[in-house]
Design a binder for this molecule. Structure first.
Ligand SMILES: [Zn+2]
Length: 253
């Protein structure tokens, strides 16, 4: 019975609950990257495994009834009848099979979505980028996106045309020293990026900066996101994640 039990979704679910309670798993550990099977294997022989097993027997399985049924089968009060269905499960069996596998409700899709949004929010807000004024070219600063005001402004000239560069500060400094003129090719490229991103930040403020921090996305991708949502709410982060997914998959084609 133990051997059959550890194969069920019920047991896997209990195991994860117990592991969390023991602090062996982070509350929102991302299971999509880890093979659940491997994870469970690594707990074998630990108190976590024992505890999970105990809980399945106590809370999930009706061991007493099971023994009763088996006893009745032994006494011939219940007979086992084989139904020929040519490989498909009967309706009753299907209910049983679905209950036992129960893989999908390990993390319900709704909760999974909330977890993804929450981690995107935390990741993007913690990015630090260089912000540079594309109006006077005499201001550049490293700022954590979280600390930006809703409408970033240049402290030197008051312009809202603040560009965002995902670069080291020293690579951006020549733009300031040369006031955006007589640039080398790579500096010219940075200048163009700053001007492009400044257009978005000028129009949409902090939300533009947050979206621009997403991986691999181009200003044109960010523009699409911002046209649909420019408030830092769940929908916004979902759109950013979607844009990120698209941008990353494009790279492979
Ligand atoms: Zn300025």
């Amino acid at each position: 019975l133990t051997r059959a039990t550890v194969k069920t979704g019920l047991f896997k679910r209990r195991m994860i609950h117990v592991a969390r309670r023991f602090g062996a798993l982070e509350k929102w550990a991302d299971f999509s990257n880890v093979s659940l099977q491997r994870l469970l294997k690594s707990f074998e022989g630990t108190p976590i495994f024992e505890e999970a097993l105990k809980e399945v027997f106590l809370k999930d399985l009706d061991v007493e009834r099971l023994v009763q049924v088996l006893e009745k089968i032994r006494l011939g009060e219940i007979t086992v009848q084989k139904v020929e269905t040519r490989g498909t499960a009967t309706p009753v069996a299907r209910v049983g099979i679905e209950r036992v596998s129960m893989k999908t409700d390990l993390i319900p899709p709704e909760r999974m979505r909330a977890v993804l949004v929450e981690s995107a929010r935390a990741r993007l807000l913690n990015e630090t980028c260089v912000f540079v004024c594309t109006n006077c070219w005499s201001y550049a600063d490293m700022i954590r996106v979280k600390d930006l005001p809703a409408k970033p402004k240049c402290p030197k000239c008051g312009s809202e045309a603040i560009g965002l560069l995902k670069e080291e500060e020293e690579k951006v400094l020549p733009l300031i020293e040369k006031r955006g003129e007589k640039l080398t090719k790579s500096e010219e490229k940075l200048r163009r990026q700053a001007v492009q991103t400044a257009r978005l930040i000028e129009k949409y403020g902090k939300a533009a900066a947050v979206a621009l921090c997403a991986r691999k996305v181009q200003p044109s991708d960010v523009k699409e996101v911002l046209e649909k949502s420019s408030h830092l709410d769940d929908k916004f982060y979902e759109l950013v994640l979607e844009a990120e997914r698209k941008a990353i998959s494009k790279r492979f084609w």
